[in-house]
Design a protein around this ligand. Structure first.
Ligand code: UTP
Length: 416
């Protein structure tokens, strides 16, 4: 470890001596922790990311439309074939699920991992419990134990695990659930300075859901899948309470069409809707964010009058394991503006009602380019998409609860 003098010298070169601002107030353990944190910072990378914060990552990339299939339009016979194949794969334990739960959930403003947020359904349940119940149904139906991997961040890992412990792993079986931690990066304020979460801690946060690829390798999840002869991994956001991660038709369709990568999509409600859409990027599968698509492109229509870039990626993707094995290098980082409370370089406590920090994130869909093509299956929005992102307004607990209740009430009526 560096001496104090060496550290001062080191930080001077990086113009970041302020990271020792609270040094004298810290305990010996905290001092050592702070040094360790500083030594892990890649100053060159952080400078590069800050300097390129206004350059859209898709600059110079060729964006074209990509074909998709519409579930509703697939003939019944064909669907049945896919469904049977999917069920066969599930029964023979060829599919595992992974939830990405390492996000900060700043928009929801809830104090704790988002999966522990209680949704006020008729019978209130936390998000994790909703997923556990759904997954348990599949395990029972196919008479298997389906591995459930959960990606956390350093920030929320301990809290997530103790939540599962307190709830006896929702009777899913501790041995069937594995938590793994993604890497993190420092946050920066809008002037490009590092900030503090506490006097002894530089503010770090998970490196975006694209951090999943490196974490799956590092934490030996892919190795474990291989040992268990699991061929497919269904990966989804933690915050969509209508997401069915193990729907057999989709799984069977991907398999019978011999695709290594498959996403479900929903059709955009309007050109302005703030969602990322699937596309071809330099000839490979990709997603273009709503912040990055031009107004002209967002409004382009095909000969049938449908939006040319009208299929929204909503955070659910399936990979063949071998494809994940191939994604080894880091993806590009993108700047996300997030609202955080922090201590700034001058020692001031900063809080804000609007985003005030840069978090640099990799996005999972930037890894899709590794595949030559992908299956995109457009499904009914009201059956698949009820996200909890914001505290109120669109995509909030209130809207998600309505969507969830509507779906299950309709299902009940259908079954009568
Ligand atoms: P979001 O983009 O909605 O981000 O994540 P978020 O951090 O949850 O929420 P905000 O933007 O701060 O309000 C989409 C999915 O990706 C996961 C989230 O947990 C969510 O399931 N995610 C996001 C990670 O697992 N790690 C990350 O670093 C970021």
């Amino acid at each position: 470890m560096k001496t104090l003098e060496e550290m001062k010298e080191y930080l001077k070169k990086e113009n970041a001596e302020y990271l020792l601002r609270f040094y004298d107030e810290l305990s010996e353990i905290e001092k050592a922790e702070l040094f360790k944190q500083i030594e892990h910072i890649d100053f060159e990378l952080m400078k590069k990311l800050y300097d390129s914060r206004n350059i859209p990552p898709i600059k110079n990339k060729k964006i074209e439309n990509i074909t998709h299939e519409i579930l509703e339009k697939i003939p019944q016979e064909e669907r049945k074939k896919y469904c049977e194949r999917g069920e066969e794969l599930l029964r023979s334990n060829k599919v595992a699920v992974c939830q990405m739960a390492g996000g900060q959930g700043t928009r929801l403003g809830y104090n704790g991992p988002k999966g522990t947020f209680e949704v006020n359904l008729k019978e209130p349940k936390t998000i994790f419990e909703i997923f556990a119940d759904k997954l348990k149904e599949s395990c029972e139906k196919y008479n298997v134990n389906i591995p459930w991997y959960i990606m956390t961040s350093k920030e929320n890992n301990d809290e997530t695990i103790s939540f599962f412990e307190q709830h006896n792993y929702f009777e899913y079986g501790k041995e069937n659930i594995k938590f793994f931690i993604q890497r993190e990066l420092p946050l920066l304020d809008y002037d490009g300075n590092f900030i503090f979460a506490e006097k002894s801690k530089i503010f770090m946060a998970a490196n975006g859901n694209g951090g999943i690829y490196e974490a799956l390798h590092r934490e030996n999840i892919l190795k474990e899948m291989k040992e268990k002869q699991i061929d497919y991994l269904a990966i989804g956001n933690v915050d969509n309470i209508l997401m069915d991660m193990l729907e057999p038709t989709f799984i069977g369709m991907m398999d019978l069409k011999n695709k290594e990568l498959a996403v479900k999509t929903v059709t955009k409600v309007s050109p302005e809707e703030r969602v990322g859409v699937i596309c071809k990027m330099d000839g490979k599968p990709g997603v273009v964010e709503y912040t990055e698509i031009s107004e002209e492109m967002a409004n382009m229509r095909d000969e049938d009058g449908n939006l040319k870039f009208g299929e929204a990626y909503f955070g659910f993707v399936m990979f063949r394991r071998e494809l994940l094995d191939k994604i080894v290098k880091d993806l590009d980082y993108r700047p996300a503006r997030k609202k955080n409370s922090y201590i700034d370089k001058n020692g001031e406590h900063i809080t804000s009602d609007v985003p005030n920090t840069y978090k640099f994130e990799m996005f999972i869909f930037d890894g899709f380019e590794i595949a030559d093509d992908m299956l995109a299956l457009s499904v009914k929005r009201e059956e698949n998409f009820a996200p909890i992102k914001n505290k109120d307004g669109v995509d909030s607990p209130a809207t998600a609860i309505d969507l969830y209740n509507n779906y299950y009430n309709n299902k009940k009526t259908e079954n009568l």
